[in-house]
Design a protein around this ligand. Sequence first.
Ligand SMILES: NC(=O)c1ccc[n+]([C@@H]2O[C@H](COP(=O)([O-])OP(=O)(O)OC[C@H]3O[C@@H](n4cnc5c(N)ncnc54)[C@H](O)[C@@H]3O)[C@@H](O)[C@H]2O)c1
Length: 261
Amino acid sequence: MPNSFVESLFSLSGQTAVVIGGTGVLGGALCEGLAQAGAHVVVAGRSRERGEERVRAIAALGGSAVYEEVDATSRESLSSLRDRVAAARGAIDILVNCAGVNSATPYEKISDEDWDRVIDTNLKATHWGCQLFAPQMASQPEGGSILNIGSVTSHLPLSRVFAYSASKAAVVNLSKNVAREFAQRKVRVNTLCPGFFPAEQNRKILDKDRVANIMGQTPMARFGEPQELIGAMLLLCSRQAGSFITGAEIYVDGGFTGNRF
Ligand SMILES: NC(=O)c1ccc[n+]([C@@H]2O[C@H](COP(=O)([O-])OP(=O)(O)OC[C@H]3O[C@@H](n4cnc5c(N)ncnc54)[C@H](O)[C@@H]3O)[C@@H](O)[C@H]2O)c1
């Protein structure tokens, strides 16, 4: 029996969601979740092949999506994405800033180039996403919702990923600050902090010792499945269910951070 109460809380029907980095493993699952909740999804990224593959997967689920090219490390590229989507759809209801890169290096050996690559993609691109999309959302009658992607390392320093940890700590701080700034302009800003999910950006980092270490510190003793992020995302992004939630972060991590604060 369809449950209209749950539907009224979580349905994204008629809304437009942009997922920057929707070409990736976690971004792809979030795109599918948004589409299954009824949103038209703009899968944005720098790989047409992967983006179009995701669009086909969404169509196979009965959802609606298009691919749009974007380089998250370019203000002009993000600004053009926003303008194209706003012109085509009339409004942008949801933005998920999900592009991300990682790098594992002993501290003394981090190059400036590597540091900048990680900070530019994970932090500066998130800032640009907020700075460029939040005013557009604030100009719309229904406002909008921005979801930034943190990590368990937003609060806990993880070994060997110094720039990554610093970027993700800053993403939570930035999200709270932008949330306060736009709180009275109908734009909510929250952070989703995943635990450990095998993906492209961390494939090389997850060696045998690190995996053993992670499992030893994850009460559920397993990796997450990308689809397990969808429930928390819908809560934070939904206009109805999340109406009074802003500046918050939710950890989806099998208990990793649970007893460490
Ligand atoms: N996988 C995990 O365990 C985990 C844990 C915590 C947080 N995260 C975060 O989740 C997000 C998604 O990562 P993922 O694990 O799915 O990795 P992923 O490598 O599968 O996806 C990242 C995506 O970002 C895209 N991207 C990178 N730079 C870009 C740019 N300049 N412009 C446009 N797109 C760009 C990549 O092409 C890729 O499609 C990242 O922010 C990551 O830091 C992942």
